[in-house]
Every structure is written in C-alpha cells, then in structure tokens.
Write a protein that binds this ligand. Structure first.
Ligand SMILES: NC(=O)c1ccc[n+]([C@@H]2O[C@H](COP(=O)([O-])OP(=O)(O)OC[C@H]3O[C@@H](n4cnc5c(N)ncnc54)[C@H](O)[C@@H]3O)[C@@H](O)[C@H]2O)c1
Length: 268
C-alpha cells in the first residue's frame, strides 16, 4: 500500500512514523507547505519521500491522510475523491458545512471511494453510531480542560472571564454543537465527530468547562434514545508537544490506519 500524508506537524509526523513501521505500507509520500518539516520527518524514516504537492503522486496512492488544516481538507478532499483514492480526514471541522459534507460523501459513493474519520479523543463513538439507527433523544458532550486550553479564545475574552482568577470548575459554554464549533475552534474535532455520527449540529448539546485543577482533557459523552442510555467518560493525557491535543487522538488515527492497511474490522 502507498499512502500520502498531507501536513507533517504534530499528528502527521507521528502517523508517518507509525506507517513506516507497518509492513503493508510500501511507500509514504509526505507533503507540507513548509517543505523543511516534510524533509525532517522523511530523514528519520525508511519508506518516506517528500513531494511538492498532493497532485504529484496521487495516481500512485491508495490512501491520502489529511493532517493539516480545515482549509487544506476543504481543498484536497474533493480532488482526492474525484481521482478514486481513499482519504482519511483529521481536520473534522471541515465537515461542519452541510453542503460540503453532502457533496463529498455523495461524490465518494459515485467514485467508490472510502472516507475515513478516526474517533479521535472521545470514546463511545461505537455506541453512538449504533444508537443512531434508532430514535435519539439526547446527545450531549461535556468537555473539561485546564484553563491554558482556553487562552486567546475570543468568546471568553468577550464574556469578561479572567481565566487566571478561576478557583473552581467553571461552565464557559452551554449550547448547540453548531455554535460551540464556531466559538471554540480548538474543540471542533470532538464536537463535529459526535454531531455527524449522532443527530446533527443543532440537536447535539455541548457543555464546556474550564478547570484550574486539571491537566487532562476530558470528554463525557451522554446519549439517550430508543436503545436506552449510555455515558462514556474519557480522561485524556495531553500530548507533550501540544496541550490542546490528546494522545488518544493520535492513537486513534494510528489504529485506524492499521485497520485500513490490515483490512481487519473488529468492533466496528
Ligand atoms: N480528529 C482528531 O482527533 C484530531 C486530533 C488532533 C488534531 N486534529 C486536527 O488535525 C490537523 C493537524 O493537527 P496538528 O496538531 O498536527 O497540527 P500542526 O499545526 O502541528 O501541523 C499542521 C501541518 O500542516 C502543514 N500545512 C499547513 N498548510 C498546509 C498546506 N496548504 N499544505 C500542506 N501542509 C500544510 C503545516 O505546515 C504543519 O506542518 C488540525 O486540523 C487539527 O485540528 C484532529
């Protein structure tokens, strides 16, 4: 299998490293707008080469992994799909726009292409996916992060909340996933994934808390519906190189890649 990784930052470099260790992966093409990043990753790996753009080796690829930005996902996913190549999307926030999402899923069906979206930093998405076959009544995500995760968020500044003065867990936002992804762009991946799997951005409730005492990023997923009820809590250790992302987000992408290359679908 030949894969292309677009974006060689925190996530992309770790995925490339994991891909290099998989015997089923024969070649890894690396793309980054900052060529030196792609070169630095390639230098540490056995199977990687740097290419100048997605189009350059697309015909030779079996899978493209977007690991850059929402804008990059918006731009490249339709091109990759149109060429009949499978794609994994890390910048899930690119799928908030319904017209765009419908367009790429429809196009993927026409072109017999698979779109993969890893579960990321939240557990319980298997149960949510299955429960959405029946009627859903509540899908709620409660996110708790340390105060440092919210520094520079415009909405917090507008509300006049001084994060440095918080003494206890404080609710920053409660409302729809649609507004949450606009107001808290760093939380977009979990809220978007849960909304897409469940019953959409307007009916999904997101509560976001800042907790000065925590160093973890936690997500509690609550679902009620025809199937019954579930609550699933994930207490994430954050990546040492980026306090806004969790180790599990990287692990989930690596495990998705392993499932794809080994063609094994256990617990789907
Ligand atoms: N789904 C999840 O669970 C999950 C978890 C963490 C991060 N993410 C998302 O994955 C993406 C990457 O995250 P990260 O932490 O690795 O970010 P990062 O900033 O560390 O790396 C992004 C890389 O993309 C490159 N890039 C930017 N524009 C580009 C372009 N036009 N063409 C090619 N490369 C380009 C940058 O130079 C950089 O090297 C982000 O959108 C992030 O929100 C998703």
């Amino acid at each position: 299998m030949r894969i292309m990784i677009v974006g060689c930052g925190s996530r992309g470099s770790k995925l490339a490293e994991a891909a290099d260790g998989l015997m089923e992966v024969k070649r890894i093409y690396l793309v980054d707008s900052d060529n030196s990043r792609a070169e630095a990753v390639a230098a540490k790996l056995k199977k990687a080469v740097v290419v100048n753009g997605v189009e350059e080796e697309l015909y030779h690829c079996d899978l493209v992994i977007e690991c850059a930005t929402q804008e990059v996902a918006h731009d490249i996913v339709p091109k990759v799909v149109a060429r009949g190549v499978d794609v994994m999307i890390m910048s899930v926030g690119a799928l908030v726009d319904e017209d765009y999402r419908t367009m790429i899923f429809d196009r993927a069906k026409e072109c017999d292409v698979r779109i993969y979206i890893p579960s990321g930093a939240v557990c319980g998405t298997d149960g949510l996916r299955a429960s959405a076959i029946g009627e859903l009544k509540v899908v709620e995500i409660n996110t708790v992060q340390g105060t440092a995760s919210f520094k520079g968020v415009e909405f917090i500044e507008q509300k006049g909340i001084n994060l440095d003065n918080l003494k206890e867990r404080t609710l920053l936002y409660s409302g729809s996933a649609r507004d949450a992804v606009k107001l808290f762009p760093r939380n977009v991946n979990v809220a978007a994934l849960v909304s897409i799997l469940g019953f959409g951005f307007d009916k999904t409730t997101v509560n976001i808390f800042a907790d000065p005492a925590t160093t973890s990023n936690s997500h509690e997923l609550k679902v009620k519906g025809e199937f019954g009820e579930m609550t699933c809590s994930t207490y994430n250790v954050t990546s040492p190189d980026n306090p806004n992302t969790s180790n599990l987000a990287v692990f989930s992408a690596i495990s998705a890649l392993e499932r794809i290359v080994k063609n094994q679908w256990i617990g789907i």
